[in-house]
Write a protein that binds this ligand. Structure first.
Ligand code: TRP
Ligand code: ZN
Length: 851
């Protein structure tokens, strides 16, 4: 029986105990791993209060205090903790526990990924390894000895530096590691296995050589080069941009197939989902390459923002995550097209984070109440958290932002601190008042801006009034970048408005006619805005704004306006100005990558977010209709661009990637037209890379093309022994747009390669169905919802963390029409009555069913 008592930020109190050193010994065994944990502990204040250590799913073998074995009645154990009364001010505590890694399907604590052992301790997984003060503000120096069979596990890894190694009896060996940096338990890691290792080195700015090692499953060495290059780029970037140098002599990355999240920044020993390490041109798409680089960078950047300065408590998670996501976004923007990178960040926000902020699990980037911490590794904490850091960057400017970061490390290096500590450092270093800005850490929900414009021809004055509403009455400090485009000269002037009140007005002189407003240049704030602009104004922005983000955004507004109009009046034909706008995009001299972004229609979820109680099928019909309409009108032009962007030789530079993106978006328009569907098999057969193969398969799945089954059979045969590619195969199967999908899902669940135990595989089928196949997920029969619920019931037992992530589209039911809301609620009520419901699901179901 789980404990369903939530924790509150307001209840934070320091522990009265500190742990200076931890010596761990692991005797690895599949069913019975023994862990010896020797801790040097001291009391901060004299007190009789007992020591209460966290511990879950553990078998306790023994406890010794100052080397004397304790008897059962010297301590109390339950399924959450171990309580000991200790009189001494300083003492040595030794705890021996036994673990069962092979049965650990939750993938928290110590578990097996294939043949290898590995750990995942964030947020509260260390308590599944030993009894401990498992909280980030308790920092200790770790020494770890790992013992295992030498033949099966030649590599035994942990944090820090290798200090000893040797052979033992019965074919066993050991390696001992010492991490000189005190750290919280969530950064502990251990890996044991047989790997191929890619080695390299990096010379730091102070001329130290750091050994770089990437461990991958045997046979995958060729797929680790991109990750290695990305790591070196990240290390150089952080030195150049923030003056931050790596601090140990070795940096290791291990790729594993069984992993709940993307990757983990354990000190000196990152553990990665193999999806974010392995890449070669045959098996990985351009997006995969981009993501590998971004995640490698993200985890590397955590070494300073997360590890050197960590969180006081888990409510402060955005302290490290928001800041580190901002840093990896800046890195990606520097490595690639800045505007395309920014557009992709904003799409994630608008299509997913806004929905979270509008749903039952809405929370501030610094939550105040948590039942299961794993539920708060969210788009809000990460992505909105990064937007909040970006706003500080905008308000301070790059130079003062850097000063603020310097002061932050000067003050807090080696400490566990709060979001307030961070803001105060930024404010102190820059002399910018961030008092009102702190509201961003306290308020949930997406603020809305209402914009009114007026123009006075007598005084040549343009006025803009902005009102903010965010569900609460306290005004937030919002940076709003704008451009005013003169309708005569088409010249543009940029301004940064700072909205700090509920409503403010700004005046601009010297306009003969009302200028056109381009709002939120570069998307300066994570807000929604209400501003009605004519098609003509939107076209002016598309063609004349200096800010490329606004150019793109105006095009998206134009397209979504028509999609919504078609939804209300399905017989509507596309107006010529819309067709002209899309034609102009194709003809423009912008980069292929940017054009591809402009031609991508706003997604279903992005559009759904702006419609109350949306009928998903009506919305999908409207999107399809606009796409088909544009394809019909511009067929020849799409075909011309399709053909022009076919490359004979594979290349991996920005230009080639952009060309593939443009070609493949053209393909997706063209193949809505039956006579053009022959392009799919043609592209599939001629493809020299995974991006092109997948684009053909995806369009075939959506358009239900005849060639689909044959191509998929071929693809399966070719790739059945490459797990990451088979994940793609399952995802495409799940996005087939046809009635037969339910029968096929039932078959796919039974496919010999399908297993709910592997999170990537589970997500590739179930997650892809719910996210990429909205027409059948939201089918009015409810079959899509039922399918998801059945899988969640199974996953609740196998892996609660994955189950809890996957339920997201169901708990966000309030965005849907009444009929669907009712169907979903009935299913959720039923699920809430499940026996053995995890804390993860319990927290979400309670929130969803509360209203
Ligand atoms: N700190 C990790 C990151 O952002 C997140 C993470 C990895 C995680 N694995 C996890 C969080 C498991 C919770 C549980 O890079
Ligand atoms: Zn992170």
């Amino acid at each position: 029986m789980s404990d369903f008592t939530p924790r509150y930020l307001a209840d934070y109190s320091e522990s009265n105990f500190s742990i200076s050193t931890v010596e761990l010994t692991f005797e690895l065994n599949e069913h019975k791993t023994r862990v010896i944990n020797r801790m040097q502990i001291s009391k901060k204040q004299p007190s009789d209060a007992p020591l209460i250590l966290d511990g879950e799913h553990l078998k306790l073998l023994s406890v010794s205090l100052n080397k004397a074995l304790l008897s059962d009645d010297d301590y109390q154990v339950n399924d959450m903790s171990l309580t000991i009364n200790v009189a001494d001010a300083e003492f040595l505590l030794e705890i021996v526990t036994e673990l069962n890694p092979i049965e650990n399907t939750a993938l928290e604590g110590l578990f097996k990924s294939g043949d290898a052992y590995c750990t995942q301790c964030e947020a509260e997984g260390f308590r599944r390894i030993s009894y401990y003060l498992d909280r980030p503000d308790v920092m200790a120096t770790f020494t770890t000895k790992v013992i295992a069979d030498k033949a099966k596990f030649p590599y035994l890894l942990s944090n820090g530096n290798k200090v000893a190694a040797g052979d033992l009896a019965n074919g066993q060996h050991f390696v001992q590691w010492h991490d000189p940096f005190p750290k919280p338990s969530y950064l502990f890691a251990l890996v044991a296995g047989d790997f191929d290792v890619l080695t390299d080195s990096f010379r730091t700015c102070s001329a130290r050589n750091v050994a770089l090692e990437i461990f991958v499953d045997k046979g995958n060495l060729d797929k680790a080069h991109h990750a290695m290059a990305s790591l070196k780029h990240s290390m150089a970037w952080d030195e150049e941009t923030f003056g931050l140098e790596y601090d140990l002599d070795i940096y290791m990355i291990v790729a594993v197939d069984f992993f709940n999240m993307g990757a983990m920044e354990n000190k000196g020993l990152n553990v990665f989902n193999s999806k974010f390490v392995l890449a070669d041109e045959k098996s990985a798409t351009d997006t995969d390459y981009f993501n590998v680089e971004a995640v490698i960078a993200h985890e590397y950047f955590h070494n300073w923002t997360g590890n050197r300065v960590t969180c006081r408590d888990w409510f402060q998670l955005s302290l490290k995550e928001g800041l580190t996501v901002f840093r990896d976004q800046q890195f990606s923007a520097d490595m690639h097209s800045a505007v395309v990178t920014r557009i992709q960040n904003v799409r994630v926000l608008r299509s997913m984070q806004f929905a979270e902020d509008a749903g039952p699990m809405a929370h501030p980037i610094r939550p105040e109440k948590v039942l299961e911490m794993n539920n708060f590794y969210t788009l809000t904490v990460y992505e909105k958290g990064a937007e909040v850091i970006r706003m500080i960057h905008t308000l301070l400017g790059a130079e003062k932002f850097r000063k603020g970061i310097d002061l932050y490390f000067e003050r807090f290096d080696g400490m566990a601190v709060t979001c307030d500590d961070f803001i105060n450092a930024m404010a102190d270093a820059s002399a910018v008042d961030l008092t009102k800005f702190k509201g961003w850490y306290e308020q949930a929900g997406t603020p809305q801006l209402n914009v009114e414009e007026s123009f006075d021809a007598d005084s040549n004055t343009y006025q803009i009034s902005i009102t903010q509403s965010n569900g609460e009455n306290t005004a937030l400090h919002i940076p709003i970048g704008i451009e005013l485009i003169s309708v005569e000269s088409k010249k543009s002037a940029a301004h940064l408005l700072q909205l700090t009140e509920q409503k403010q007005t700004w005046s601009f002189q010297g306009f003969a006619r009302k200028p056109v407003l381009a709002l939120l240049t570069g998307f300066t704030a994570p807000v929604k805005s209400q501003l009605s602009q004519s098609d003509q104004d939107l076209e002016t922005i598309m063609n004349h704004a200096d800010d490329e983000f606004c150019q793109w955004d105006a095009g998206q507004t134009l397209l979504s306006t028509y999609i919504k109009r078609v939804m209300a009046a399905p017989e509507l034909t596309l107006p010529s100005n819309l067709i002209d706008a899309v034609r102009n995009i194709l003809h423009s001299d912008a980069s292929a990558a940017f054009k591809a972004e402009q031609l991508t229609l706003p997604s279903f979820s992005e559009l759904a977010d702006s419609i109350e109680e949306v009928d998903p099928i009506a919305l999908l019909d409207a999107i399809d209709k606009v796409k088909l309409g544009l394809a019909t009108e511009l067929e020849a032009l799409f075909l011309q661009h399709y053909q022009q962007n076919i490359q004979q030789e594979f290349a991996n530079d920005g230009k080639a990637i952009g060309q593939r993106a443009l070609k493949n978006i053209c393909l997706s328009y063209l193949t809505t037209l039956a006579p053009q569907q022959s392009l799919l098999a043609e592209q599939y057969q001629n493809a020299t890379n995974m991006t092109d193969s997948l684009a053909a398969l995806n369009s075939a799945a959506k358009g239900n093309a005849e060639s689909f089954t044959i191509m998929m059979a071929d693809f399966e045969q070719k790739w059945n022994s490459t797990a990451l590619v088979m994940d793609k195969w399952f995802s495409i199967q799940a996005s087939v747009c046809d009635e037969t999908i339910y029968a096929n899902l039932a078959k796919l669940i039974k496919h010999p390669l399908f297993t709910l135990n592997n999170p990537n595989r589970a997500r590739s089928l179930i997650g892809a169905f719910t996210m990429n196949n909205p027409r059948y997920f939201h089918c009015s029969s409810g079959r899509g919802y039922q399918f998801l619920i059945e899988q969640i019931k199974l996953l609740n037992i196998i892996n609660p963390q994955v189950a809890s992530r996957m339920i997201t589209p169901l708990i966000q039911f309030s965005s849907l029409d009444q009929k669907r809301q009712k169907m979903i609620k009935t299913l959720l009520v039923d699920l809430s009555k499940q026996e053995n419901l995890s804390k993860d699901l319990k927290e979400k179901l309670d929130a969803a069913l509360a209203g």
